[in-house]
Design a protein around this ligand. Structure first.
Ligand code: ZN
Length: 207
Protein backbone atom coordinates (compact mmCIF):
# COMPACT_ATOMS: atom_id res chain seq x y z
CA UNK A 1 0.00 0.00 0.00
CA UNK A 2 1.74 3.17 1.15
CA UNK A 3 5.35 3.50 0.06
CA UNK A 4 7.36 6.67 0.22
CA UNK A 5 8.66 8.12 -3.00
CA UNK A 6 12.33 7.73 -2.01
CA UNK A 7 12.40 4.27 -3.55
CA UNK A 8 11.09 5.16 -6.96
CA UNK A 9 11.67 1.61 -8.12
CA UNK A 10 10.40 -1.29 -6.08
CA UNK A 11 9.02 -0.91 -2.54
CA UNK A 12 11.16 -2.58 0.15
CA UNK A 13 8.48 -5.10 1.02
CA UNK A 14 5.79 -6.71 -1.09
CA UNK A 15 2.62 -8.16 0.42
CA UNK A 16 2.04 -11.71 -0.85
CA UNK A 17 -0.77 -13.54 0.95
CA UNK A 18 -2.89 -13.62 4.11
CA UNK A 19 -4.32 -16.74 5.75
CA UNK A 20 -5.50 -17.91 9.17
CA UNK A 21 -3.41 -20.46 11.09
CA UNK A 22 -4.75 -21.98 14.31
CA UNK A 23 -1.81 -22.39 16.74
CA UNK A 24 -1.48 -23.61 20.30
CA UNK A 25 -1.44 -19.88 21.18
CA UNK A 26 -4.79 -19.34 19.42
CA UNK A 27 -5.79 -18.34 15.89
CA UNK A 28 -3.76 -15.73 14.03
CA UNK A 29 -3.92 -14.10 10.62
CA UNK A 30 -0.54 -14.70 8.98
CA UNK A 31 0.40 -12.06 6.40
CA UNK A 32 3.48 -12.85 4.32
CA UNK A 33 5.75 -10.23 2.79
CA UNK A 34 8.77 -10.55 0.54
CA UNK A 35 11.70 -8.26 1.33
CA UNK A 36 12.58 -7.13 -2.17
CA UNK A 37 16.19 -6.35 -1.20
CA UNK A 38 17.16 -9.47 0.75
CA UNK A 39 14.63 -11.93 -0.74
CA UNK A 40 13.59 -13.02 2.78
CA UNK A 41 9.94 -13.74 3.50
CA UNK A 42 8.76 -12.00 6.69
CA UNK A 43 5.51 -12.63 8.55
CA UNK A 44 3.06 -10.32 10.29
CA UNK A 45 1.24 -12.60 12.73
CA UNK A 46 -1.86 -10.63 13.65
CA UNK A 47 -4.55 -10.90 16.30
CA UNK A 48 -7.48 -8.53 15.93
CA UNK A 49 -7.67 -5.61 13.52
CA UNK A 50 -4.37 -3.70 13.21
CA UNK A 51 -4.70 -0.24 14.75
CA UNK A 52 -2.56 2.61 16.04
CA UNK A 53 -1.28 2.03 19.57
CA UNK A 54 -1.44 -1.75 19.29
CA UNK A 55 1.10 -4.02 20.94
CA UNK A 56 3.84 -5.21 18.57
CA UNK A 57 6.69 -7.63 18.97
CA UNK A 58 9.45 -7.32 16.35
CA UNK A 59 11.00 -10.77 16.56
CA UNK A 60 14.16 -11.97 14.84
CA UNK A 61 14.14 -15.51 13.48
CA UNK A 62 16.12 -17.98 15.62
CA UNK A 63 16.04 -21.57 14.39
CA UNK A 64 18.09 -22.99 17.26
CA UNK A 65 16.06 -21.29 19.95
CA UNK A 66 12.58 -21.71 18.44
CA UNK A 67 12.67 -25.08 16.70
CA UNK A 68 15.18 -26.92 18.89
CA UNK A 69 14.67 -25.28 22.27
CA UNK A 70 18.28 -24.12 22.55
CA UNK A 71 18.97 -22.75 26.00
CA UNK A 72 21.81 -20.54 24.72
CA UNK A 73 19.38 -17.70 24.08
CA UNK A 74 15.86 -16.71 25.14
CA UNK A 75 14.24 -16.46 21.69
CA UNK A 76 11.95 -19.49 22.00
CA UNK A 77 10.34 -18.47 25.30
CA UNK A 78 10.14 -14.86 24.09
CA UNK A 79 8.29 -15.84 20.92
CA UNK A 80 5.89 -18.08 22.88
CA UNK A 81 5.22 -15.35 25.44
CA UNK A 82 4.77 -12.71 22.75
CA UNK A 83 2.24 -14.84 20.86
CA UNK A 84 0.29 -15.41 24.07
CA UNK A 85 0.25 -11.71 24.95
CA UNK A 86 -0.65 -10.62 21.41
CA UNK A 87 -3.41 -13.23 21.27
CA UNK A 88 -4.88 -11.89 24.52
CA UNK A 89 -4.49 -8.15 23.83
CA UNK A 90 -4.54 -7.92 20.05
CA UNK A 91 -1.64 -6.68 17.98
CA UNK A 92 1.05 -8.33 15.90
CA UNK A 93 4.27 -10.28 16.04
CA UNK A 94 6.47 -9.23 13.12
CA UNK A 95 8.63 -12.28 12.48
CA UNK A 96 11.74 -11.26 10.58
CA UNK A 97 13.58 -13.88 8.59
CA UNK A 98 17.24 -13.47 7.71
CA UNK A 99 17.88 -12.30 11.27
CA UNK A 100 19.41 -15.55 12.52
CA UNK A 101 22.26 -14.85 14.93
CA UNK A 102 21.49 -11.12 14.96
CA UNK A 103 21.74 -11.11 11.19
CA UNK A 104 24.96 -13.07 10.58
CA UNK A 105 23.14 -16.21 9.45
CA UNK A 106 22.83 -19.75 10.78
CA UNK A 107 26.29 -20.94 9.77
CA UNK A 108 28.12 -17.96 11.24
CA UNK A 109 25.98 -18.19 14.37
CA UNK A 110 27.14 -21.77 14.87
CA UNK A 111 30.73 -20.65 14.19
CA UNK A 112 30.31 -17.96 16.85
CA UNK A 113 28.94 -20.55 19.28
CA UNK A 114 32.05 -22.65 18.60
CA UNK A 115 34.26 -19.67 19.51
CA UNK A 116 32.20 -19.13 22.65
CA UNK A 117 33.23 -22.62 23.73
CA UNK A 118 36.76 -21.17 23.94
CA UNK A 119 35.57 -18.38 26.21
CA UNK A 120 34.64 -15.51 23.87
CA UNK A 121 31.39 -13.72 24.62
CA UNK A 122 28.59 -13.24 22.07
CA UNK A 123 29.92 -9.87 20.91
CA UNK A 124 33.62 -10.78 20.67
CA UNK A 125 32.83 -14.05 18.89
CA UNK A 126 31.09 -12.14 16.09
CA UNK A 127 33.94 -9.65 15.91
CA UNK A 128 36.52 -12.46 15.78
CA UNK A 129 34.72 -13.77 12.70
CA UNK A 130 35.03 -10.34 11.09
CA UNK A 131 31.30 -9.78 11.49
CA UNK A 132 29.33 -7.02 13.20
CA UNK A 133 27.99 -7.65 16.71
CA UNK A 134 24.54 -6.89 15.28
CA UNK A 135 23.93 -6.98 11.52
CA UNK A 136 20.14 -6.60 11.61
CA UNK A 137 18.08 -3.81 10.19
CA UNK A 138 14.44 -3.18 10.96
CA UNK A 139 13.34 -1.28 7.86
CA UNK A 140 11.23 -4.26 6.82
CA UNK A 141 9.35 -4.18 10.12
CA UNK A 142 8.60 -0.48 9.73
CA UNK A 143 7.41 -1.00 6.15
CA UNK A 144 5.14 -3.87 7.21
CA UNK A 145 3.58 -1.59 9.84
CA UNK A 146 3.07 1.01 7.09
CA UNK A 147 1.29 -1.63 5.07
CA UNK A 148 -0.93 -2.50 8.04
CA UNK A 149 -1.84 1.19 8.33
CA UNK A 150 -0.17 1.44 11.74
CA UNK A 151 1.95 4.51 12.53
CA UNK A 152 2.15 4.17 16.30
CA UNK A 153 2.90 1.10 18.45
CA UNK A 154 3.67 -0.11 21.94
CA UNK A 155 6.76 -2.28 21.50
CA UNK A 156 7.28 -5.54 23.33
CA UNK A 157 11.10 -5.61 23.71
CA UNK A 158 14.07 -5.32 26.04
CA UNK A 159 16.12 -3.72 23.28
CA UNK A 160 15.96 0.10 23.04
CA UNK A 161 17.75 -0.03 19.67
CA UNK A 162 14.67 -1.68 18.15
CA UNK A 163 12.49 1.23 19.27
CA UNK A 164 15.07 3.65 17.92
CA UNK A 165 15.27 1.87 14.59
CA UNK A 166 11.50 1.85 14.12
CA UNK A 167 11.38 5.55 15.00
CA UNK A 168 14.09 6.25 12.41
CA UNK A 169 11.86 4.62 9.83
CA UNK A 170 8.78 6.64 10.69
CA UNK A 171 6.99 4.52 13.32
CA UNK A 172 6.18 6.20 16.64
CA UNK A 173 6.95 3.98 19.64
CA UNK A 174 4.80 5.28 22.49
CA UNK A 175 5.90 2.70 25.07
CA UNK A 176 8.42 -0.07 25.56
CA UNK A 177 6.87 -3.10 27.23
CA UNK A 178 9.51 -5.47 28.70
CA UNK A 179 9.50 -9.13 27.66
CA UNK A 180 11.57 -10.85 30.30
CA UNK A 181 11.24 -14.60 29.95
CA UNK A 182 13.52 -17.51 29.24
CA UNK A 183 16.47 -16.75 31.48
CA UNK A 184 18.24 -19.96 32.51
CA UNK A 185 21.52 -21.10 34.00
CA UNK A 186 23.07 -21.52 30.53
CA UNK A 187 22.10 -18.20 28.95
CA UNK A 188 22.60 -16.05 32.04
CA UNK A 189 26.04 -14.85 30.90
CA UNK A 190 24.74 -14.22 27.39
CA UNK A 191 21.92 -12.04 28.74
CA UNK A 192 24.39 -10.21 30.99
CA UNK A 193 26.57 -9.43 27.94
CA UNK A 194 23.53 -8.20 26.02
CA UNK A 195 22.77 -5.85 28.91
CA UNK A 196 26.35 -4.68 29.44
CA UNK A 197 27.55 -4.45 25.84
CA UNK A 198 24.42 -4.07 23.72
CA UNK A 199 22.21 -1.85 25.83
CA UNK A 200 19.46 -4.35 26.54
CA UNK A 201 17.35 -3.51 29.56
CA UNK A 202 16.43 -6.16 32.09
CA UNK A 203 14.52 -5.09 35.16
CA UNK A 204 15.97 -7.82 37.34
CA UNK A 205 19.57 -6.96 36.49
CA UNK A 206 21.46 -4.01 37.91
CA UNK A 207 24.01 -3.61 35.13
ZN1 ZN B 1 17.95 -17.17 19.77
Amino acid sequence: MSETASSAAEPRIRFEVETTIPTNHGDFRFRAYTDTVTGDVHLAICSGVPRDGMLVRVHSECLTGEAFGSMKCECGPQLDAALNIIQAEGGAVLYLRGHEGRGIGLLNKLRAYRLQEDGLDTVDANLALGLPADARDFIGAAKILDDLGVAEVRLLTNNPLKSQSLEEHGIRVTARVPLEVGRNVINDDYLRVKAERMGHLFGDQSS
